[in-house]
Design a protein around this ligand. Sequence first.
Ligand code: TXA
Ligand code: MG
Length: 306
Amino acid sequence: MTPSSARDAADALRAGRLILLPTETVYGLGADAGDAQAVAAVFEAKGRPRFNPLISHVADAVAAERIAVMDDRARALAEAFWPGPLTLVMPVRDRERVCDLARAGLDSVAVRVPGHARAREILALFDRPVVAPSANRSGRPSPTTFADAVEETGFAVGAAVDGGDCAVGVESTVVSVLDGRVSLLRPGSVTREEIEAVVGALSDDGQGHRSPGRLSVHYAPDAPVRINAIEARAGEILLGFGPIQGDPRFALSRRDNLREAAANLFRRFREADRERPTGIAVAPIPATGLGEAINDRLKRAAGFVG
Ligand code: TXA
Ligand code: MG
């Protein structure tokens, strides 16, 4: 694959395409964080059987403040480790620039300013957050060379930027700064000791001290969810797909387009919840392709999986 320029990559992102994004940790499969269809295409290309929240990459701390609410400790960590291999999970400020699917429906957003010069060039040109999970297909090791990244998901991208071999080679450290508590969610090359030197002792590893709902990576609507529904019962809102449709405002997809359904999923949950229905019914979703991740999330919301 011919390597693309940073400008080509920014143009591809603007056109709703995916990119291969070099960072100092691993190569990422990038998309405009505000474009739910593009974010759905990331999950599709990776063949990920689940929707988990993704990291939004930005050019600098000023851009981070636009999408997240940073308290003093988040700012201190940003000052100490950005640009670099540290991701901060913080309350979301801008739900447009980082769409619901990118956050898996959560009220928090994971933000990182990568240290890699090419990554920062792309982010500065694009001037909007870029979600990027590692560029491997699901279940395979994260690519740390341009050739490996192209081999994994090059088929899915509109631009592939060669940033050489990744200097760090393991994923960024993920730290949450929520409700005044700082917790280590994923170990990485920035160590616990280095973080504690800046903000003092951490809450435990994001386990026992998690305040319910805030740090969970499993967003579920308030209303009970009933899956494989072919019609709405009294008081329910039906989220339609393909031939099974209720109120068109709540359609996951009016055709039978899985990418569109994935892009709409978390948003429809929220919109339906706002109407205070007795329940949310969801039309059957095929189990193929992105349907696997959609069904995984629906089963969790319906209480079938922990
Ligand atoms: O080094 C890296 O971090 C690479 C490069 C490409 O930047 N990216 C990466 O992304 O590893 P991904 O999607 O594979 O990992 C994101 C991690 C997951 O462990 C996810 O659960 C966590 O960040 N995460 C993201 N948003 C979160 C949130 N709102 N709350 C809790 N955890 C979150
Ligand atoms: Mg990964």
